[in-house]
Design a protein around this ligand. Structure first.
Ligand code: ADP
Length: 273
């Protein structure tokens, strides 16, 4: 297996503040879909910025496809990583969907004759090929994020990091992004590594691997069933379980393992809205 990202003995602090990371280690294989979860302020976005080389580790090393991140390699490393952010409206520069996808290609100085087929291909992968001439701001949140994903895909990254990319979407929008990510995984296999930073455990459960961090420390790391099976650790770290997991735990915690209808409704009302 090829290693996509390796983080060794990472230490990071913003200016004079306390360390966000202190001896943090993580390896991610190429082709893996990793959900990075943890409550607010646990260090998820900081980790994404460090991997992108937007901020520099105070100590330790970050290696991307065997290349240690430093001033000489940062440009090349960044070319291999695509980012999708939380707010779909902040990610558009083009007057049409196609222009928007073209923008990154122009920056890469791709010959304009090559662009239409690359744009088509990227939009087709995310199911937005029929929206090429639409104005981005007229699209739904989920459609906008799919265009943002197409703009990233057109640049043929080896790693895509989605930082709370579904947080501002309605349930339909979320579902289409999750379906798109599953489709990407099928289509690209070992060629594409996905890192989804999320609060939503129903999304995290779809990943190959769930990494839970709290205060810059790795608290759980494993398959979704391994991680969500440790519901006591999840709860201690202020995290919920995916809906189905939460339900199972709550049902199980009843002494007789059985709830009548009224009790069930009561339990359900405690669950995530
Ligand atoms: P998460 O993405 O998990 O919500 P962050 O990586 O944004 O967490 O934040 C980790 C810690 O770093 C928090 O204590 C936060 O207050 C702090 N932090 C984040 N960004 C900055 C910044 N630009 N300057 C100073 N402290 C920051």
């Amino acid at each position: 297996m090829t290693q996509a990202i390796k983080i060794d003995n990472l230490k990071y602090n913003y200016d004079d503040n306390d360390s966000v990371f202190n001896d943090f280690n993580l390896e991610i294989e190429s082709g893996q879909w990793v959900a990075l979860v943890g409550h607010n302020g646990s260090g998820k976005s900081t980790l994404a910025k460090l991997i992108l080389g937007l901020i520099e580790a105070t100590n330790g090393t970050i290696t991307v496809f065997g290349e240690p991140l430093n001033i000489d390699t940062v440009h090349h490393v960044r070319e291999q990583i695509g980012m999708v952010f939380q707010n779909p409206d902040n990610q558009f520069v083009g007057a049409t969907v196609a222009d928007d996808v073209a923008f990154g290609l122009e920056n890469k100085e791709m010959a304009s004759i090559e662009m239409p087929s690359v744009i088509d291909k990227a939009l087709t992968i995310v199911g937005m090929q029929n929206f090429k001439d639409r104005e981005p701001h007229m699209l739904s949140g989920g459609q906008k994020q799919r265009v943002a994903l197409a703009s990233v895909l057109a640049l043929q990254p080896k790693i895509i990091i989605l930082d709370e990319a579904t947080a501002m979407l309605d349930p339909d929008g979320r579902a289409t992004i999750m379906a798109t990510l599953q489709h990407l995984k099928q289509q690209f296999g070992a060629e594409l590594t996905l890192i989804t930073i999320t609060h939503d455990m129903d999304e995290a459960v779809l990943a190959d691997r769930v990494v839970v961090i709290n205060d810059g420390q790795l608290v759980l790391d494993g398959s979704p069933s391994d991680v969500f099976g440790q519901y006591d650790v999840m709860h201690r770290n202020g995290l919920e379980l995916p809906f189905v997991g939460e339900l199972a735990v709550r049902l199980d915690s009843k002494p007789d393992g059985y709830l009548d209808e009224r009790e069930l409704i009561q339990w359900l009302s405690h669950l995530k809205k």
